[in-house]
Write a protein that binds this ligand. Structure first.
Ligand code: NAD
Length: 481
């Protein structure tokens, strides 16, 4: 491995950080130290933004290249990432506890696929469109790259969420300063390694890990940055939005969720439960889009509770690096403490645990927690309102379809959701009425070709699809005689 954990990736090379501060990275399953990585501070963010600025402003630089030339580099970048995917996936699973069979799909494949997808899109997209003016002459409508992007990502799907931002922004001709989460930095440095091997020009991508919020906050308010692309908590998103609002700086915010999984009265539970794991409990529940409020018809409430109890208690818990594991540890001690506090609150407010609620036996080390099902939950209970970000589902009864929609929409959030039914048309009609950015019928398979994002406290703007490319472009109209 050529990654140097003592250095930062700035201006196309490994650079000495301005201080000796380091980030300690721990294994979620053994709690052992996995290594140390240099922690960037404000001066390092300044150096990275300056490099990205130079690369963007260079009249013969990345942003001025023909789309086909950029696409070629992005395809090489994809190949270099694919060559490192085994190592990347192992780093992700060791650091955040994601079962490796999930990491191979999301963290191993998605980044390269997104680079190839956006390389293809820019090859097809003409940079300029000639329109007949409504007054006289012709207007050339240009799409230009927005500039230097500050990309800030969380630890739960660190690679795929990074490439939700890198693939379209680099394709558009932007340059980027990436600030990964301090929990998942080892895999982030491999991105830099792949970028060097692919021949990305200096300054086009810079990777600066930082501990705490300081480095990210400095990037958000930095005068050399033109756009912020953020995925993380709603609390941090609000603070970033305030800064960007004051600076009139474009921002994309992918934030928290508390989505509803609506089980209609005609659903075949033996069929539906097959898709429930990935829709409701994926990555130990540390997934922003999952349906963590299960809405069950009163007429079938006990049956639904029994089905979820059986599902949750059947999932193999184990070492995230073992391919048989479906439930690994939570990402950190802090995260498990927070989820355990929610479980205590859920019980205190009248919820009834039907399975889980404890640390599993046989795991003395690692931040493990059993998948937990709560019955007898009302939509105003804390565990139905707050994003828990752990393997905890709340089952809430409804009377009819209108009541289900009312409860689904009675949330501060609106990111994902699912409808489960034997009648796809009925499910589709109901899905239209849910106030959310994305929703699936009989499953939730995120489509990289379609926009992804939230409404209300789940965020602003969209990633993925052609819309995700537009988010890194700005329009210019040139009036021609
Ligand atoms: P977090 O908000 O604590 O941190 C996310 C990233 O932002 C980290 O890199 C962190 O260092 C940085 N950061 C935190 N505060 C900042 C600030 N004020 N200014 C600049 N940078 C700041 O979130 P987390 O705990 O790492 O991730 C979990 C959260 O992310 C959950 O709420 C989850 O729902 C959300 N999430 C959303 C999506 C989505 O697409 N909507 C996807 C995954 C995760």
């Amino acid at each position: 491995m050529t990654v140097q954990a003592e250095a930062l990736f700035i201006d196309g090379g490994w650079t000495r950080p301005s201080t000796s501060q380091r980030i300690a990275v721990h294994s979620a399953s053994t709690e052992e130290l996995l290594g140390h990585v240099a922690a960037g501070v404000e001066a390092d963010i300044d150096a990275a933004v300056a490099a990205a600025r130079r690369a963007f402003d260079d009249p013969r630089g990345w942003s001025s290249w023909e789309a086909a030339a950029r696409a070629e580099v992005l395809e090489r970048f994809a190949a270099e990432l694919s060559a490192r995917s085994g190592e990347i996936v192992r780093h992700v699973s060791s650091q955040n506890g994601m079962p490796i069979r999930i990491a191979q799909q999301t963290e191993g494949l998605v980044p390269a696929n997104l680079l190839r997808y956006y390389a293809g899109l820019i090859r097809e997209q003409p940079p300029e469109e000639l329109r007949t003016s409504l007054v006289s002459g012709t207007t050339a409508v240009r799409k230009e790259p927005i500039g230097v992007v500050g990309a800030i990502v969380p630890w739960n799907f660190p690679q795929s969420l990074t490439f939700f931002k890198l693939a379209p922004s680099l394709a558009a001709g932007c340059t980027v300063v990436l600030k990964p989460s301090s929990e998942t930095v080892l895999d982030a440095l491999l991105i830099a390694d792949a970028a060097i091997a692919a021949g990305l020009p200096p300054g086009v991508l810079n990777v600066v890990p930082g501990s705490g919020r300081g480095a990210g906050a400095h990037l958000v308010r930095h005068p050399g940055v033109d756009k912020i692309a953020f995925t993380g908590s709603t609390e941090a998103g609000r603070s970033i939005a305030e800064t960007c609002g004051r600076l009139l700086r474009p921002v994309t915010l992918e934030l928290g969720g508390k989505s509803a999984g609506i089980i209609l009265d005609d659903a075949d539970l033996t069929v539906s439960m097959k898709g429930m794991f990935s829709s409701c409990l994926l990555n130990q529940g540390q997934s922003c889009f999952i349906s963590t409020r299960i809405l069950a018809p009163r007429s079938r409430y006990d049956e639904v509770v029994d089905a979820f109890t059986a599902l949750a208690s059947s999932l193999p818990i184990g070492d995230p690096l073992d391919k048989a594991t479906v439930i690994g540890p939570l990402a950190s001690r802090k995260q498990r403490d927070s989820v355990e506090a929610y479980i205590a609150t859920g019980t205190a407010e009248g919820g009834r645990i039907t399975t889980g609620g404890r640390r599993p036996t046989g795991f003395d080390r690692g931040w493990y927690l059993e998948p937990t099902i709560f019955a007898d939950v009302a939509n105003d209970h804390t565990i139905a309102r707050d994003e828990i970000f752990g393997p905890v589902l709340a089952i809430i009864p409804f009377t009819d379809d209108d009541d289900a929609i009312r409860i689904a929409n009675d949330s501060d959030y609106g990111l994902g959701g699912t409808v489960w039914t034997a009648d796809t048309d009925r499910g589709h009609a109901l899905a239209r009425k849910v106030a959310t950015g994305t929703i699936g019928v009989n499953g939730f398979t995120m489509d990289p070709g379609a926009p992804f994002g939230g409404v209300k406290a789940s965020g602003l703007g969209r990633e993925l699809g052609p819309e995700g490319l537009t988010a890194y472009q700005r329009y210019k109209s040139i009036y021609l005689p």
